[in-house]
Design a binder for this molecule. Sequence first.
Ligand code: GSH
Length: 212
Amino acid sequence: VEAYLRMAGQPFETVIETNPLKGPRGRMPFIESGEEVIADSRLILEHLEGRTSTPLDSWLTSEQRAISFAFQRVADQDLIRVILYSRWVDPAGWEVIRPEFAPFFPFGLRRLALSAIRHSLIREARGAGTLELTRDEIYALGARHLAAISDFLGEKRFFLGDKPSTVDATLYGFLSVILETPIDVPLRKAAQARPNLVAFCDLVKRLYFKDI
Ligand SMILES: N[C@@H](CCC(=O)N[C@@H](CS)C(=O)NCC(=O)O)C(=O)O
């Protein structure tokens, strides 16, 4: 969402809210836009695209819009499963994630809160079928995602050409989380082995996130 706002040049203020239950769907992120409170990244991007006279996707053909939608949904529904597994389920990720998230919770509640989140994500992973696969199979699936994204990007600057569009904001969100979470897992190694994905994230950071 923040990558979108920066790429689209829409003014915004970031508020750090550590309790997802304050949002209308009980999940992060959510935005306040005028009188409205909107949750869910896809709905937020659609809302922001709809309210501006210069949408980021205005230059796309209907074929490009279809591709953009498909890539974003695949990442949002399937690649996310591998990312969540790598961070919260795989002990190699969990060891790093646990101390990073601890400061978000009051001291006495930390252990309980973090293990409750982990267990709810393990339950989700079971429900989504992720845990029917072995660890190797889960990471092989993640590598397939990254190969498809990397092959589609090829030598272009952005996913659909020379200019950014919403698919760049969405995929930057996923790719930067994979590349920049310092965990020693095969998903991150697979991303690091794709120079164009690394270059894409560097470009987005250089163009839109210079201040942080
Ligand atoms: N599809 C949603 C996913 C949102 C989501 O899962 N957010 C997580 C944090 S990244 C959350 O707030 N989880 C809190 C919970 O499930 O209690 C979106 O893209 O906005």
